[in-house]
Design a protein around this ligand. Structure first.
Ligand code: MSP
Length: 646
């Protein structure tokens, strides 16, 4: 099986931004996913370098178009590796082989009678670089550029697009997956329910010289879209290169909704006229807005990929964009959104699972993968959950439902976290009769980590390499790089040594810290109000409300020297603070990492054994076997650290 996946080729009148980055991350993730499925993949991106817009941009910078396009194209090319995007081919419409193929196709379509010369008066939008119909205008303006189009009367060459209208309608009806999601398929069908006009495909050189000359009339250059769309063929060696034979029949294009019409109408009809079979699929996504506002230079809110990578790292940006946008719909981008996902999904759910599980293997099994013993019902349920996750992930990723694929993965992260909690390896470790059970629980937990490494590889390639290393596996090991061979259970080899890796995802400060949380905002009077005496007395609600109860996550724990009872805990709630807890007789420091407990966050700090405690961990005092014991409080599901308890 083979896959050919493309992004649009981006105009070089602007530098790369979040919108370009998203489409390119999607295509890269899909190409890595297909490779994970064992397929041979070709992934292409590039730059679109002809046309009015580019000439204007070069003029603004006082340079020749060629010098200008070389510079901006290089910027796009050098941006992608920062995001761990690895295309197989980067095409430019100024490449000589591309120019030759465009001319060859123009000549072919001209010779077959599908291009004719005519006079045309139309409404031209410079931003879109095309004529608009009256119907497309909103209050007399181009809906995308909010400017009235110019009326232009010109003699030009036209492509007989109308001739292929019915054939295209039939193709869309017969191939329900040709354009997805369905809303865009419907949009195209609705557009095609009106008579299709022929397409003006030339510009007189008197108006524009920066383009590919028509092979049959040197007074004209070709329209930028007729030139640009053909990149999808040139890049794989049309008409007779071996890659064309191998990849064209499986071509899939990814675009945003802004360029639906050229891809869903111009391009298939151009292919029909050229006698080339149509591409397989067009995947259309929505637009990223910034804090619910359109991203634009004039508003000054354009988000640059380099800044994102510098601030958050490529893996976080890839995960965030894929998880946050429902493919096909618009989405809002915000730094708060990234921080929330990083802290909750990456640092808390995934990162903690990884560090907790590997820390226990280091502690109880000298850092070596243990030999599993017989399975219990709980183990079989875990394996079944893993298989369900792989099946759902595979199907959803193949359908471009990345947000749902990742949701399925995170559901499984939750299952694995709960497996640890309910099997209590730290308790098993205390009982010599339960050695085999402890080995099995640890082994199964490591298998969960391996499967997570496997499925996350397309989304977060950098983190996946680290996770594989942590499990003692090379990144290219089939057990973490092939869904066919690695998607099974029980593949880790007992005795393999784990490697120590840095924390996968650091927790990020959301920049809001104290002020937003109870405590920081209270008036002096309130702060100094005495709390009621403990005991059986009833308290009124106002008094209860003065307690700032929160969920805290333990990020570090260590015994306090010279004390048998005290542990020093570093907790996140959501800011970091130290709390001293009298639980050393009941808990080992290591087993606490990653646990979520309830704390009183607004107790006056007190010093114990020289350590200042900023709060109190809540625990139940209980009796068992004639002994008193403290059992830490918890929440029934993982929550964002700092969540209020009310
Ligand atoms: N050059 C043409 C495409 C020719 S393809 C044969 C073009 N270039 S562009 O630079 O304007 O890129 C448009 C594409 O960039 C969109 O289709 C989408 O892939 C991406 N995005 C640009 N802004 C975007 C958002 N705000 N949100 C999401 N993606 C967007 O059109």
């Amino acid at each position: 099986m083979t896959t050919y996946i493309t992004t649009p080729i981006y105009y070089v009148n602007a530098q790369p931004h979040l919108g370009h980055a998203y489409t390119t991350i999607v295509a890269d993730t899909y190409s890595r996913f297909r490779r994970l499925c064992g397929e041979k993949v070709r992934f292409q991106t590039g730059t679109d370098e002809h046309g009015d817009k580019i000439v204007k941009a070069a003029e603004n910078q006082n340079v020749q178009p060629k010098e200008y396009v070389d510079k901006i194209s290089a910027m796009f090319r050098s941006t992608w590796p920062l995001l761990e995007v690895e295309p197989d081919h980067f095409i430019r419409t100024t490449d000589v082989d591309h120019v030759a193929v465009v001319q060859e196709i123009l000549q072919k379509v001209y010779d077959s009678g599908d291009i004719y010369f005519d006079e045309y008066t139309g409404l031209y939008c410079q931003g879109c670089e095309r004529y608009l119909t009256e119907k497309e205008l909103v209050d007399g303006n181009c809906p995308d550029h909010q400017k009235p189009p110019k009326e232009i009367a010109e003699q030009n060459y036209f492509f007989r697009m109308s001739r292929y209208q019915q054939q295209l309608i039939d193709h869309i009806h017969n191939n329900p997956d040709f354009i997805t999601p369905e809303r865009y398929r419907n949009e195209v069908l609705s557009f095609l329910s009106e008579p299709l006009e022929d397409l003006c495909i030339s510009r007189p050189k008197s108006r524009l010289t920066w383009g590919i000359e028509l092979p049959f009339d040197d007074k004209f250059v070709t329209y930028v879209w007729f030139d640009a769309l053909i990149n999808y063929l040139t890049g794989i060696g049309y008409p007779d290169g071996p890659d064309f034979a191998e990849y064209w029949s499986v071509a899939e294009h990814v675009i945003a909704k802004d360029i639906l019409k050229p891809h869903a109408i111009y391009w298939p009809t151009m292919l029909m006229a050229t006698g080339v079979p149509l591409y397989q699929k067009l995947h259309v996504h929505g637009y990223w807005n910034i804090d619910d506002t359109k991203m634009s230079k004039s508003i000054g809110n354009v988000v640059r990929p380099k800044e994102l990578v510098d601030n958050y790292g490529a893996d976080t940006i890839r995960y965030f964009t894929l998880r946050e946008m429902s493919f096909g719909l618009d989405s809002s981008f915000s730094s708060e959104g990234i921080v929330a996902r990083q802290n909750a999904d990456l640092a808390n759910d995934l990162g903690n699972l990884f560090s907790r599980a590997t820390a226990m293997v280091r502690k109880y099994r000298q850092g070596k993968v243990p030999e599993p013993a017989e399975c219990t019902e709980a183990d079989r349920e875990l394996q079944a959950a893993a298989q369900t996750m792989i099946r759902d992930y595979r199907q959803l990723m193949a359908e471009f439902l990345f947000h749902r694929g990742l949701q399925a993965v995170w559901d499984f992260v939750g299952v694995a976290n709960r497996y640890i909690v309910s099997n209590e390896p730290w308790a098993l470790a205390k009982d010599p009769a339960k050695v085999a059970r402890l080995d099995t629980v640890l082994y199964n937990t490591l298998e969960c980590l391996r499967l997570l490494t496997l499925v996350l590889q397309p989304v977060m390639p950098g983190a996946a390499i680290k996770m594989a290393a942590g499990l003692g596996l090379a990144a290219g090991d089939e057990r973490v790089s092939s869904l066919e061979k690695g998607g099974l259970w029980n593949l880790l080899t007992p005795g393999t040594e784990l490697q120590t890796i840095d924390a996968l995802f650091p927790r990020l400060d959301d920049g809001k810290k104290d002020a937003k949380h109870a405590g920081g905002k209270k008036s002096k009077k309130e702060k100094n109000d005495p709390l009621p005496e403990a005991g059986g007395d009833l308290v009124d609600f106002d008094h209860f409300q003065k307690l700032d109860l929160r969920v805290a996550e333990i990020v570090a724990a260590e015994p306090i020297k010279k004390s048998k009872k005290l542990l020093k805990l570093l907790v996140k709630a959501p800011e970091e603070r130290t709390i001293v807890a009298g639980i050393a007789e009941y808990y080992n420091a290591d087993e606490l990492i990653g646990k979520q407990v309830l704390i009183v966050a607004n107790l006056k700090p007190v010093k114990m054994m020289g350590v200042s405690s900023q709060g109190m961990v809540l625990a139940a005092r209980t009796q068992g076997d004639g002994k008193e014991r403290l059992v830490l409080s918890s929440v029934s599901d993982m929550v964002v650290p700092g969540s209020k308890v009310a």
